[in-house]
Design a protein. Structure first.
Length: 93
């Protein structure tokens, strides 16, 4: 049994339920994959926010709805990453 708290992974399982990794190996293949996924999600969120700032002043309603949906998904991803990293930081105390 591991002494470390489960890691919230940056993706969801079936029905949108959270996925967790239970391991003592923080450099294992799933941990590395999760680190890469978090990096991609954070980068995509930053690019999306920059794009939103560019198009918002002149965007038609249809594009605004699509942008809002994309931003919502990106925010979900970023919040999941923040929650996961916060839990891992608490484990260091």
């Amino acid at each position: 049994m591991t002494d470390h708290p489960p890691r919230l992974l940056p993706w969801t399982g079936t029905e949108g339920k959270p996925c967790y990794l239970i391991t003592d190996d923080h450099d294992g293949p799933v941990s590395r994959l999760a680190d890469i996924a978090e990096s991609v999600q954070l980068g995509a969120g930053g690019q999306l926010v920059a794009h939103a700032r560019e198009i918002l002043p002149d965007a038609p309603p249809g594009e605004l709805r699509f942008l809002a949906e994309c931003l919502t998904q990106a925010l979900d991803d970023v919040l999941r990453v923040a929650q996961s990293r916060g839990r891992r930081l608490e484990g260091l105390e």
